[in-house]
Ligand binder design. Sequence first.
Ligand code: NOJ
Length: 758
Amino acid sequence: MRFDSLTRRRLAAPALAAALILTLSAAPAAADTERYLDPRASVPVRVSDLLRRMTVEEKVGQLQQIAVNRMQGDCTWSGGALNETCMREVLADQHAGSVLSGGGAAPAVNTPRAWAEMVNTLQRYAIEHSRLRIPIVYGVDAVHGHNNVLGASVFPHQLGLGATWNTGLTQKTSESTQRAVAATGTTWNFAPVADVARDQRWGRYYETFAEDPVLAGTLAASAVTGLQNRVSGRPVAATVKHFAGYSEPFNGHDRAPGDLSPRYLQDTILPPYKAAVDAGALTVMVNSGAINGIPATGSRWLLTDVLRDRWDFQGVVVSDWNDVRLLHTAYHITDSYTGAVAAAINAGVDMAMVPPDDRGFHRAALDAVGQNLISKRRLDQAVSRILALKFQLGLFDNPYVDPARADAAVFQADRPLNRQAATESLVLLRNQNAALPFGAGTKKIVVAGPLADNLTDQVGGWTIGWQRVPDGVTIPGTTILAGLRDTAPAGTTVVGTSGPDDAVAQAASADAVVVAVGTRAAAEGEADMPVPQLAADQQDLVARLKATGKKVVVVVVSDRPLALGPADETDGLLAAWLPGSEGGNAIADVLYGRANPSGRLPVSWPSGTGNQPLYYQQLPGTNGGAGSAYTPAYPFGAGLSYTSFTIGGVSLASGTVRPRDTVTVAVTVSNTGGRAGDLVVPVYVGQAVANPLAPPKRLAGFAKVALAAGQTRTVTVSFPASRLAVTPGDILSTEEPRVAPGAYVVSAGESAATLTVR
Ligand code: NOJ
């Protein structure tokens, strides 16, 4: 049985919550039958049976998630072998319910087998030192493959998957990640990110799927399905993060507060998280930031009113790194740690990620419970959700993994899938005079630029290390130079270069120059880029190569779209995002024409600097000038192919719908060129008259189809009419979004039809 359907059934709302409350208030007298250890008992029965046996100390312990670093080496971030003294402190004394590996936290020897052994050791210790034999749940940031594990396949980062517009492919990459994660004994993955990418200054832009809520939400839902789809091995829980509004700090700096109007929040920011929650995600991670003056970690509106009451989420809410403590020490919304714990738990946090702070948190939480700042009922509710997760993941019944299988399951797993994902993520933005693909006349290709032979920056942040692959560590993978050289067609010579002067000199005898430019790998705040543009020396390199008069193809390997300056307007321009360990092969496949590019921009590509945030769904303004007009270098959805397509003939299954109905759109698409290709078919909706303001168009649904040369097909795209919902009312309105009756324009390509909502 698929894990997602299994968990959905077991979690069926509101059955679990109701069953828990019922059994909690009427604890059975037959205290001696340990029903919680019986795998045949239902999850609610097991949870309530266990819960009634637990002391307050044990319950409070379940609320905390501690970093593995706290139990390695000297127990203060030295890394190294597990240290039994600290394991005792964390797992036995404080009864910690969960352990995590944040970016870069690995076993002393970083192999899949060692990961499995490390997790098993912690698990065994926890179970054997727990009076009630309660297992831990181990969480990791496997955000593009099992990326902390040396030798694992490193997939494109989410933004690249966004460029594929391919839900099935996204699901498959997540299934691959599930297999790898599960093989190492870890059962909780802090992915996917459902934040929308709207401010290109923000350091975590590349961790998102798209600027558009429908594209981001659809792909996040696919990722959840893939991660929780138990294709083999143990189940893994997905995490929808960072709930909510993390991606738009007011000044583009990570974790700076955001000011988001209720309308923007409800209509644009929340829907992708909702899509991922609706896909059955078992956990949600909270935004570290503050929205409209309220830290998300302490927001009852977000974590309870929206997530639980409106969306009926039944799983576990975990706070982000240290954020509960930060309510006191950074946000100062309380004058004590105790108050901070109470504020977070009462707002709706079930588990606190307090990486080094098992003792402090435990004390503060006990204190909060002792002072009745957290009710017993709320404590039991949070603990019940955590225990339910552990039962759902099979941790009580099957706590260990077989380390002997880990290496084979993880090392370079699913390389063909990884190469396909990287290939479909590539967006061809410019192809003057059919400069690409390189033909038989291309005898010598010079490959230049700082990203040409640079796996570290190609795979990006969150790879082995938090910021980047640490110095001295080599991961398996193919750089652009290696890919072009090793897969060159007979008769084509590929040469690398040793710097800008060498590149320019070598270009003199080249038929084509591939210049790979982009960004340095980094993560979180260290990746913030107040002015998102290509570095001046790289712009200069491209300008010098252009001046040679040779055919120049720019490949941008970057964590966001960049203003390119003179590096634009070359013969060819390929956006490669952070394409992962197969990126070099994928880029070679496209440049040599073995693959026909099919990626489309999931975000807007800026024409210059100074226009952040940047996204296509801009509302109408009155100056008509640069301030409000949408003038990107390449708009959302842009992307070329080696063949040509037409999109037209939009028709609606029903021209009149009600807000609860599904809108079904038929679109006729043709491949009018000479080779097979995949086409993204976006369907947009606009309104001629709208109050509140509406952007000229917004994505409502999409499809991706394969078309043989000369083929015409009719594609069906369906979406719920509820996607058209907006927050009604005047400036301060907080009403729930609803679909305004009236006329909507449904369009694809140049064709449109009128939809009436009654
Ligand atoms: C902080 C990051 O914000 C979050 O994305 C990540 O999952 C956790 N740390 C755990 O490493």
